[in-house]
Design a protein around this ligand. Structure first.
Ligand code: 26Q
Length: 853
């Protein structure tokens, strides 16, 4: 970091920069060459892959930089309202292909590399995924900022610059082994360090209340152990529109005085230990996607992110508007990505009161009018809680504020429902008991003007279930925003073949107006188009089988049906149901029941939380079943099974285009939305799924004849909870009985006796919360329908086309328009100087044209 850098007046000649960089192949090639030789100082001895990659990135980054500044200036100049997406997770994946696409230089860059005799794919594959997230929620944040930039909305992301992202998964002997993902080792050319915007974040200490003559009570949070937060900015380019927004990731570093006292006291090792203590805050992402509770470091991370982000926003506010906060809530909105940053409610109160001298009522009016909370889970055990004692030690001032918020809130509840003490206890932000806890979801709801779920069913179940009391109190606060994913990454970029085929038929407008894909529905009647469609699918399947063979040593034949389930491993997602079906197919082969067989290649991928024993055992079960089936000569090409290690954003970009059948088989009422389901749909995969999460909306859009539905719905599941008897179901279903007999015989664990007992027992238990046995029969039947459909290529082509044709609703552009219309209310702002790209349509932003209001 440079030394203390007071703002100097920079000379005009230095700043004036009117020459925009060329976007053609020749200019790009010249710049790549220059960066390779001069910026990076490389020569014929350099380790080429690394430096070539960096040279290409810097050449593109230069072009982003011009647009980034213009975007920033235009927001500043228009004094527009802004939103901030606060998220502990950002699963950005690779940036290079996305930057090429959104800058409109995919072809020019490819040509430039040809001029330089370089291989584009090698360069793209050199980049490590930015895996700063666990799964859906983290990738959703990344899709959302892509859409915000494409819609030219002034939205900034805030997150943590984890030194280690989501672990790398190896499979050894069928077991998951975790390795640290040290993704920054070779540097990250996309990030821009901004030490001049550092912030100080306080921890620990104590609170002093001083009676202060006329201005009342003065609060001081003192004797704290402070940490510095340094921002690193990532550029987020919109699609061919000149806009570049920002995701700002914060890194923790020690303050200088942090260790000074101990240094001078001769306590050198202790002082250095405290230094690492500060750096530990942003060291590693918690690799859990659900229930890891009460880890003190996790709360430190949450507060660190939240406090740094809010201080950063207030710093800019004061610079632009002074100490006048009357319009703050009209001009700022914070979207909380689950409860993880929900301490923001208390932190904004603290900053407004303690630092900017507002009274409680004024501070509360602002806070509760600029926070908006998105919930992503229905599992009650996944709702975050923190022991009060942890708060008292780590964040004493915030605990005081939470208590005050709660006292005022509970008196509102008491006024509304006099005497209903049970309701007060249920709704309280503080859960009483031997170890009192802070319920973060309650804090988020009380402090927000908007609370949303992520699919229609999910929002309804929130209102009727876990948040029922709150919905009764504030029905107007609740709303639904069905998730979406970005079609740029998950169709245009990852499926070149389909992109070209579609564009040849209907032009390019669909890229920013995905509903236009409807146009291809008619083409399903054209045999030539169908044939072309299947040819594209087949070549994508070949690409996927290369990956599978390289990683798993299993050969997938591109003529078979590719049946795919990729997502975090979790009991509620029911990878077990899928593998039981695989065992059933194997059993059919063994007993010679193979008339009208559809050859299948079944692919699994996904990470298990390192501490989730059962999830890890499920991986082992899948691996063992795969090994037995793949090495049994009697299965031949009829059935293949593979577990692909280290699922990631980049892996999905190969998997989705090569998939025929998308497995979305969670127990109804458990998956909030799902977003993988949408990525598969974009790429012409047909879903086999339950009435859960966004599957319901997918089925509605695509039509029930184009979706393989099975299983009990969430109401039926609810009713089944009493009197569930899986043993009887197994007894009465011959196929399931045979599957269990085979599994229990130890056929898949001959040298590991008892290894799968826990899985078997959980399915057989009347307490099985996931009702695996209950949905087995209808799952197998739906699978047979899928097999039959796949045997008829014409039929399958129509199914596949229908899925892509009707996926428009699931573009994150639609989702973001809804967030904006109903929650944020931002005006789109075009960058100064317009779209600098001379290659694209006269600087007109096609996406923003569809924005209403
Ligand atoms: C909590 C406490 C301690 C450690 C970790 C966590 C933690 C971390 C990540 C809790 C939850 C998550 C992530 C949840 C998630 O990804 N949920 C998914 O969000 C998607 C986007 O809305 C939905 O589509 C999925 O249905 C939902 O499971």
């Amino acid at each position: 970091m440079p030394p203390e850098d007071p703002r100097t007046n920079l000379p005009q000649p230095l700043l004036v920069d009117m020459t925009n960089l060329g976007m053609d192949a020749a200019s790009l090639a010249a710049d790549i060459r220059r960066h390779f030789n001069h910026t990076l100082g490389c020569d014929k001895h350099s380790i080429s892959a690394h430096h070539v990659y960096h040279a290409v990135v810097i050449a593109l980054r230069d072009r982003l930089m011009e647009r980034w500044k213009n975007t920033h200036y235009s927001y500043q100049q228009s004094r527009c309202k802004r939103s901030y997406y606060l998220s502990m997770e950002w699963l950005m994946g690779r940036s290079l292909p996305n930057a090429m696409l959104n800058l409109g230089v995919s072809e020019a860059t490819a040509e430039a590399l040809q001029i330089l005799n370089l291989n584009l794919d090698d360069i793209i594959n050199y980049e490590r995924d930015a895996g700063l997230g666990n799964g859906g929620l983290g990738r959703l944040a990344a899709c959302f900022v892509d859409s915000c930039a494409t819609l030219q909305l002034p939205v900034m992301g805030h997150g943590i610059r984890y030194e280690y992202g989501i672990f790398r998964q190896l499979i050894k002997d069928g077991n998951q082994v975790e390795e640290p993902d040290h993704w920054l080792v070779h540097g990250n050319p996309w990030e821009l360090e901004r030490p001049e915007f550092k912030q100080r974040v306080k921890f620990g200490g104590r609170v002093e209340y001083v009676q202060n003559g006329k201005s009342g009570l003065q609060v001081r949070w003192i004797e704290t152990e402070d940490v510095l937060a340094i921002p690193y900015d990532l550029p987020v380019p919109g699609y061919e529109n000149g806009t570049v927004n920002t995701v700002r990731l914060w890194k923790a570093v020690p303050t200088e005085e942090f260790d000074l006292g101990k240094f001078s006291a001769g306590l050198y090792p202790e002082a250095v230990a405290e230094k690492t203590n500060a750096e530990n805050i942003t060291k590693v992402l918690y690799p859990d996607d659900a229930t890891e509770q009460g880890k003190v470091l996790r709360l430190r991370q949450q507060y660190f992110l939240t406090s740094a982000a809010l201080q950063d926003v207030l710093r800019r506010w004061v610079r632009d508007y002074g100490e006048e906060f009357g319009e703050f809530a009209d001009r700022s909105c914070f979207q909380l990505n689950d409860t993880h940053p929900s301490i923001a409610v208390a932190e904004l109160m603290r900053l407004l009161m303690d630092r900017h001298a507002l009274g409680w009522d004024a501070a509360w009016a602002i806070t509760s009018n600029c926070m908006a909370y998105t919930n992503h889970t229905l599992l009650p055990e996944a709702l975050e809680k923190w022991p009060v004692w942890v708060f008292r030690e780590m964040l004493p001032r915030l605990l005081d504020i939470i208590y005050e918020i709660n006292a005022r809130f509970l008196s509102d509840v008491a006024r509304r429902w006099p005497g209903d003490i049970h309701r007060q206890a249920r709704m309280s932000i503080v859960e009483e008991g031997v170890q009192p806890q802070i319920r973060m979801a309650h804090l988020a709801i009380v402090g927000s003007f908007s609370v949303n779920g992520v699919a229609k069913l999910h929002t309804r179940l929130l209102k009727e279930g876990i948040f029922r009391d709150f919905h009764e109190l504030w029905p107007e606060r609740f709303n639904n925003k069905t998730n979406g994913v970005t079609p740029r990454r998950f169709l245009v970029q990852c499926n070149k073949g389909l992109n070209e085929l579609i564009t040849r038929e209907i032009g390019t407008g669909w890229v920013t107006d995905l509903k236009q894909l409807q146009e291809i529905q008619k083409r399903a009647e054209d045999p030539g188009f169908r044939q072309h469609w299947l040819a594209v699918k087949k070549s994508n399947k070949k690409r996927l089988s290369v990956l599978v063979e390289r990683q798993c040593g299993v050969r997938f034949d591109a003529d078979a049906m590719f049946d795919v389930q990729v997502k975090r491993i979790h009991e509620y997602k029911r990878q077990t149901l899928n593998i039981l079906h695989v065992v059933h197919l194997y059993d059919r082969i063994k007993r010679g029941d193979t008339d009208d067989w559809t050859p299948r290649c079944v692919l699994f991928a996904g990470k298990a939380a390192p501490g989730y024993w059962m999830a890890k055992r499920i991986i082992k079960f899948i691996s063992n079943v795969a090994k037995v089936i793949n090495s049994d000569p009697s299965t031949g090409d009829l059935l293949k099974v593979a577990f692909l290690p280290d699922y990631s954003v980049s892996a999905m970009e190969v998997i989705a285009p090569g998939t025929d059948l998308s497995e979305q088989i969670s127990t109804a009422g458990t998956e909030a939305s799902g977003t993988g389901n949408m990525k598969f749909m974009f790429n012409g995969a047909v879903t086999i799924g339950t009435l859960d999460g966004a599957n319901i909306e997918i089925r509605k859009k695509v039509g029930e004849e184009n979706f393989f539905l099975f299983g009990h719905d969430s109401e039926q599941i609810g009713r089944m909870r009493s009197g569930y008897n899986p043993m009887q179901i197994i007894q009465e279903d011959e196929d399931l009985r045979r599957v269990f007999a085979l599994v229990e015989s130890g056929h898949f664990n001959q040298f590991e006796p008892g290894h799968f007992d826990a899985i078997i027992n959980s399915i057989k238990s009347p307490g099985d919360p996931w009702f695996v046995a209950a949905d087995f029969r209808s799952f197998v039947d739906a699978q047979s329908r899928a097999s039959a459909a796949h045997r008829d290529p014409d039929k399958w082509a129509r199914l596949s086309i229908a899925n892509t044709a009707n996926c428009g609703y699931f573009s994150s552009d639609r989702t973001i328009r809804a967030y904006n219309k109903e929650i944020w209310r931002l005006r789109p702002v075009a960058p100064l100087g317009g779209n600098l790209n001379p290659m694209s349509e006269s600087g007109v932003n096609r996406a923003a044209l569809h924005l209403k209001g």
